[in-house]
Write a protein that binds this ligand. Structure first.
Ligand code: IMP
Ligand code: MG
Length: 183
């Protein structure tokens, strides 16, 4: 277990708590407009999206249902393994439902593409994706996300749910990890 002060491993803060919460409020307002009277199933991709998901759901001012799915593409690495594994499936049947996939970050786009294909096969009424962060340079434009919080460059970030080897998730802000911490 890490016993160092995790704050010391952060090179710079990209998004402060205040900035994140203001943007999450805006995204919540957009979703409220889109899903009024639809009771969408909000799907949290564990574990990285957990803080974003709970904050976002509280900003949606209409009825929703909550569900959780767990996939893994990174393992204990800072590079995607290129293979997505399903670890825990949804509890709900999504056939004929409006589904909103909530993801922490889109990098190669593999995870979001995998989940969209998996969910499409279950015949939902609609699917949208919401990602807090988008590494726009790292994936083809056609694998983008429908709604997003912020664009970022090709850098490894942690905090607000995002981890490196399961560390740093509970930092309240999003920061760039010092390269020596993952090399
Ligand atoms: P993708 O499948 O390559 O788009 O990777 C998406 C997943 O990789 C996310 O759900 C994150 O868990 C993880 N990931 C990608 N980039 C980062 C990062 O900068 N920091 C922490 N996790 C990341
Ligand atoms: Mg992760």
């Amino acid at each position: 277990m890490r016993i160092t002060n995790e704050q010391n491993d952060i090179e710079s803060v990209l998004f402060s708590e205040k900035k994140i919460s203001a943007r999450v409020e805006e995204l919540g307002a957009e979703l409220t407009k889109l899903y009024k009277d639809k009771a969408p199933i909000m799907v949290c991709i564990l574990k990285g999206a957990s803080f974003f998901y709970t904050d976002l759901c509280r900003q949606i001012k209409c009825p929703i249902h909550m569900d959780f799915i767990s996939v893994s593409s990174y393992g204990a690495d800072s590079q995607s393994s290129g293979v997505v594994r399903l670890i825990k499936d949804l509890d709900n049947n999504i056939t004929d439902r409006d589904v909103v996939i909530v993801e922490d970050i889109i990098d190669s786009g593999l995870t979001i593409r995998y989940l969209k294909e998996l969910f499409q096969s279950r015949k939902p009424r609609s699917i949208r994706t919401v990602c807090l962060l988008d590494k726009v340079e790292c994936h083809p434009a056609d694998i983008g996300t429908d709604l997003k919080g912020f664009d970022i460059g090709n850098q490894f970030v942690v905090g607000y749910g995002l981890d490196y080897a399961d560390n740093y998730r509970n930092l309240p802000y999003i920061g760039v990890l010092k390269p020596e911490c993952y090399m």
